[in-house]
Design a protein around this ligand. Structure first.
Ligand code: PLP
Length: 393
């Protein structure tokens, strides 16, 4: 690269890294010292870059939508019925129904109701937490790659992102994350299992980290995909909240319940944390009566949740087996999607896949191109594997 093309900032960054003796590679950059005076170093070094290819928002029904980690098996038939039946009460606020749902959620999580805040999807709560924690700036510590929703909102409020590279096995580097926490850290964000990698961090290791780190800063654990594990509650950090730790656990009805379009999510947190949020924005509002009743019915439909988990695991196994047969490697997944490296320009890849009827996502991690494919119906997955072989032939 011509020197004149280097921005002052990237020049400064390169020279700082060279001066510190570290290799000039994205992953290594993230491991430079954690001093707050290097704030500008943190914000620009994400290992992850999403390939900018806009899929049409309205896709023909023939396209296999394997790009947004939606659950192709949902919603549960009981939830569908509840949604339809409650449309007639659409003139009413859902206060009574929401109280019932909140109670059910509290029972499931083993806490009392004042530990639960609900919203129209967990995105609403990721944003509420970011807004209320970063009004006065500060820094957010998370893994990299990570799910960027909360982090991006925090950055919009002038937070500095302290991105700690995932380890080689794609699990969280708990020791490095703990070191990254300083007096200015307003929140630590953990996504387990992680998106977009699909990887998992050992529950015992994560619990030990949260236990210790929560004494320094609040820990937000996004468990959107946890329900896809065989025994999700064993790996949840929710018991720490019940024990009084400053941990916030987020869950969604968009994944295992297959209700992404119906928009219900919640957080489990200490009442004092929820009070802080409620002093600024309204919690437990924003959900519509149809969705609330759908969520109640879905929670009661354990058979559907089990089926959803089983069919997702089968779909994931099919994708991995086909990738293996075709000579691809992939990141071992514990979710409803699989990330794997491809040797092709990401934009061209997405276009060619879309032209053959399959919508997927593509990311660069450490400048290497990856495809992320969500579990779909068997026909959709067959179309995906056939298209992949054609496109990458
Ligand atoms: C890790 C993670 N958290 C949160 C969300 C947001 O889900 P929702 O707003 O539908 O609850 C997603 C969506 O894909 C996700 O992958």
């Amino acid at each position: 690269m011509n020197n004149s093309n280097l921005s002052r900032r990237s020049w400064l960054r390169s020279s700082l890294v060279i001066a510190s003796g570290a290799a000039v590679a994205p992953a290594a950059l993230g491991r430079t010292t954690f001093a707050t005076d290097q704030a500008s170093l943190w914000a620009e070094q994400s290992r992850l870059k999403e390939i900018d290819f806009r899929l049409p928002l309205i896709m023909p029904p023939s396209v296999a939508r394997l790009n947004a980690n939606e659950n192709p098996f949902g919603p549960s038939p009981k939830a569908r019925l509840a949604v339809i039946e409650s449309a007639i009460n659409g003139n009413r606020y859902a206060h009574g129904e929401a109280t019932k749902l909140r109670k059910m959620i509290a029972e499931r999580e083993g806490v009392s109701e004042e530990y639960i805040m609900m919203g129209p999807g967990s995105t609403d709560l990721l944003e509420k937490v970011a807004i209320t924690h970063f009004l006065e700036g500060g820094n957010i510590v998370s893994a990299d790659p990570a799910y960027m929703s909360l982090i991006n909102t925090a950055k919009a409020f002038k937070a500095t992102w302290k991105n700690v590279p995932l380890k080689k096995d794609w699990s969280h580097d708990c020791a490095a994350m703990e070191k990254a926490i300083d007096a200015n850290t307003k929140l630590v964000y953990v996504c387990n299992p992680n998106n977009p990698t699909g990887s998992i961090t050992d529950a015992a290791e994560l619990r030990a980290f949260c236990n210790k780190a929560a004494d320094k800063a609040p820990i937000f654990v996004d468990e959107a995909y946890l329900d896809y594990l065989d025994n999700p509650m064993a790996s949840s950090m929710v018991d720490l909240v019940a024990k009084g730790k400053n941990v916030i656990v987020a869950r969604t009805f968009s994944k295992i319940h297959g209700m992404a379009g119906l928009r219900i999510g919640y957080i489990v947190a200490l009442p004092k944390t929820l009070e802080k949020i409620e002093n600024m924005v309204r919690g437990n509002m924003g959900m519509c009566i149809t969705s609330v009743n759908g969520a109640i019915a879905s929670m009661e439909d354990k058979e559907f949740q089990e089926r959803s988990r089983k069919l997702t695991a089968e779909g994931r196994e099919f994708i991995c087996a086909e990738l293996k047969k075709a000579g691809f490697s992939y990141v071992p997944s514990h979710t409803s999607f699989v990330l794997f490296p491809i040797v092709m320009n990401g934009k061209d890849f997405l276009k060619k896949m879309y032209d053959s009827g399959v919508a997927v996502r593509s990311f660069e991690v450490d400048a290497k191109t990856y495809c992320r494919v969500s579990v779909g119906l068997p026909d959709e997955l067959k179309l995906f594997t056939d298209s992949l072989k054609k496109v990458l032939a």
